[in-house]
Design a binder for this molecule. Structure first.
Ligand code: FMN
Length: 169
């Protein structure tokens, strides 16, 4: 039952096949049912296929280089309304999107755009209306079968259950 969660890995290398527009719409249509605090639904999405724009976005984070070669970059924009639950909500919708993507064979990698000046630059490049902040993006595409998980400095694996769970009985 939890296989989808256990097997979801970050994918940063993709094959050349595009992600069809209808598929992107299906992903968003599923993810929009994610619950959010007070049902504010603070998420907006910008689907980017333009290679030049993807290249620009790939330079707006410390570990965002994979955005340049991903067939689709789904930018996540948040309403900058000061609600403390917004980041929590964005994490939830991101997980919904990544799980939905994996269920149809798509690889994904959440990606941070930062620092704040780069978020501002991304908003300019994307022509976002005032008040929307593109702090994150998700690289999406069909995993490149010939390319093993990307070598990088980020440790893999997970903390063990005893490290995570304590009881007070
Ligand atoms: C909020 C968030 C931001 C992330 N930002 C980046 C990023 O900027 N660059 C990147 O390569 N991976 C990024 N990741 C992916 C994580 O590095 C990845 O989920 C973690 O290392 C576990 O990878 P694994 O599931 O393949 O073991 C991000 C993940 C999350 C949830």
């Amino acid at each position: 039952m939890d296989e989808a969660i256990r097997t979801l890995r970050a994918v940063r290398h993709f094959g050349p096949d595009p992600v069809p527009r209808t598929t992107v719409e299906e992903l968003i249509d599923a993810a929009r049912w994610t619950g959010s605090a007070r049902n504010r639904q603070p998420w907006r999405f910008i689907a980017v296929t333009d290679p030049a724009l993807r290249g620009d976005l790939s330079r707006l984070g410390s570990f965002a280089v994979h955005l340049a070669a991903a067939p689709l970059v789904l930018v996540l924009a948040t309403q900058d309304n000061g609600f403390s639950d917004t980041e929590f909500d964005m994490g939830r919708v991101t997980q919904s999107l990544c799980l939905a993507a994996a269920s149809i064979g798509l690889g994904s990698c959440p990606t941070t755009l930062h620092p704040a000046s780069n978020v501002t630059r991304a908003a300019e490049l994307l022509n976002l209306p005032p008040g929307l902040l593109p702090r994150h993006a998700i690289a999406l595409g069909y995993p490149d079968p010939g390319n093993a998980p990307s070598p990088n400095a980020i440790p893999t694996g997970r903390l063990a259950l005893p490290d995570l769970l304590t009881w007070r009985t």
